[in-house]
Design a protein around this ligand. Structure first.
Ligand SMILES: Nc1ncnc2c1ncn2[C@@H]1O[C@H](COP(=O)(O)OP(=O)(O)OP(=O)(O)O)[C@@H](O)[C@H]1O
Length: 247
């Protein structure tokens, strides 16, 4: 679903991403972790066609990132940290409007949105303003927005940041269900290593623009003689993720 070699992006003298290789298979949930400024968002923005790489090759969801970015966009969903729904938009209406922009008829849009709202336990949220929802509901609405066109591959940028533990667990249940019921491939960034450990099939660790660790959580722990991913992270980056996050 993702095959990337040597992906690179500089901003002037700053080498944000320095030759990253990524392979993600269909149906995998892959966690992308790293300290602040490590290059996660830059990588995500490149993989989702929002930022042009300086170098590298990449096939994302079956389309070449460089020669067919529109093909990539048709098959992926991207949920950014900020979301895209206006605070004073009525959730259902906004989703239906967006569905119409994807070319659905009025009836198809109504059907698609009501199905997504139901799948994401958002039935009650449909008639509310986005600003009036809980943090967890907002994140699920953001995800619904990213799923309208039934993408095969979903990118989530820190989907659980700022949520309380219960809402985080609930969100993860939904992410897992997307994979189980729709066969969705999910590539996400997170600052919570215990979540990545419990929920990701594989984890990629990026630091200073390079991949410094990759494998299943079990493989990573075994390779570093660690009992938690936090310990692995400390070993490969020389610091704790939360320290990085706070910095
Ligand atoms: N538009 C830009 N112009 C200049 N430098 C940039 C730009 N975007 C990112 N950078 C730099 O590139 C590096 C990687 O940033 P990036 O946002 O990808 O990191 P990150 O891992 O996503 O961090 P965070 O966890 O804070 O979101 C940083 O040094 C950052 O300052």
């Amino acid at each position: 679903m993702i095959h990337v070699r040597g992906l690179t992006r500089s901003f002037g003298a700053v080498e944000a991403v320095r030759g990253v290789d990524v392979d993600v298979s269909e149906g995998e949930i892959v966690g992308f972790v790293g300290p602040n400024g490590a290059g996660k968002t830059t990588t995500l923005r490149m993989l989702t066609t929002l930022l042009r790489p300086t170098a590298g090759t990449a096939v994302v969801a079956g389309h070449d990132l460089f020669t067919d970015p529109a093909g990539v966009r048709r098959r992926i969903g991207y949920v950014s940290q900020n979301g895209t729904v206006g605070p004073f938009s009525e959730v259902g209406e906004e989703l239906r409007l967006q569905a119409r922009m994807y070319g659905m008829s009025r009836a198809e849009a109504r059907e698609r949105v009501s199905r997504l709202l139901s799948e994401l336990d958002l039935e009650e949220a449909g008639t509310k303003l986005y600003a009036h929802l809980s943090g967890g509901q907002k994140r699920r609405v953001d995800i619904a927005m990213g799923l309208l066109h039934s993408p095969a591959l979903l990118f989530l940028d820190e989907p659980t940041t700022g949520l309380d533990p219960q809402s985080r667990a609930n969100l993860w249940d939904h992410v897992r269900r997307l994979r189980e019921e729709a066969g969705m491939t999910v590539f996400l960034t997170t600052h919570y290593l215990e979540e990545a450990d419990a929920l990701c099939d594989r984890v990629l660790i990026i630091d200073h623009g390079r991949i410094v660790g990759s494998g299943t959580p079990a493989e990573l722990k075994a390779a570093h003689g660690a009992s938690t991913l936090d310990e692995v992270f400390l070993t490969v980056t020389g610091r704790e993720l939360r320290e990085g996050a706070a910095a």
